[in-house]
Ligand binder design. Structure first.
Ligand code: TMP
Length: 213
């Protein structure tokens, strides 16, 4: 195992950020790189990632549910996450795997926070849902809201959250950056307007140089 693989064994890393930032592509490339470095990587998707969570994800993203209120959204995201934390993340970390997540609590603070939910209430709900199963590092891939939404739109039909107004998405971005600013020991920000390769190199560099203690 390489030094990086040694360092990242048993660590929980989340890649998060506004829609269209390229999280999923970057998480896939990073997982391949880390696996090739000799690390046992467990990828997760939030919302979803378990049989129960995948059903909750379908309800959350269904365009017919435009009347869903923000408290209902918040509880459903946390319900999906509670199952994911207990069924997949905690056992993987205990087995010394590196858990690589696509979104987590930082998304609820950004999206449902932008929708009007109180950030302190979200944090309390998260504590109930996942307890201490919290990321060691959350990397925010930061993208201008117009560019991100245009990219996401090119990838297919917009889901219920992506279909919201641009002002909402600007607020989402601001809340991601706010979290990073107020907790620099657990958050890193990488600009996501470069090429896929550039962003991937920056991501690897961040993991290599991060102070994990
Ligand atoms: P994804 O397609 O990037 O997996 O995310 C699905 C959508 O759900 C995306 O628009 C962001 C939104 N979302 C929230 O609103 N709150 C959350 O807690 C999470 C995890 C995602």
């Amino acid at each position: 195992m390489s030094n990086l693989a040694d360092t990242l064994a048993g660590k929980f890393i989340v890649i998060d950020g506004p829609d269209g930032a390229g999280k999923t592509t970057q998480a896939k490339l990073l997982a391949e790189f880390l696996t090739n470095s000799g690390l046992d990587v467990q990828r997760i998707r939030d919302p979803g990632g378990t049989a129960i969570g995948d059903e909750i994800r379908t309800i959350l993203l269904d365009n017919r549910h435009h009347r869903m209120n923000v408290q209902c959204e918040l509880m459903l995201y946390m319900a999906s996450r509670a199952q994911l934390a207990q069924e997949i993340i905690a056992p993987a970390l205990a087995a010394g795997k590196c858990v690589l997540g696509d979104r987590y609590i930082s998304s609820t603070i950004a999206y449902q926070g932008a929708g009007g939910a109180d950030v302190e209430a979200i944090t309390q709900a998260a504590r109930i849902a996942v307890g201490t199963v919290m990321p060691d590092l959350t990397v925010i891939l930061d993208i201008d809201s117009e560019i991100g939404l245009a990219r996401a739109a090119r990838e297919g039909q917009a889901d219920r959250i992506e279909s919201k107004q641009i002002e909402y998405h600007r607020k989402v971005r601001e809340l991601f950056l706010c979290q990073a600013q107020s907790d620099p020991h657990h958050f890193a920000v990488i600009p996501a307007d470069g090429s896929i390769d550039q962003i991937q190199l920056q991501l690897r560099d961040t993991l290599q140089t991060w102070n994990w203690t």
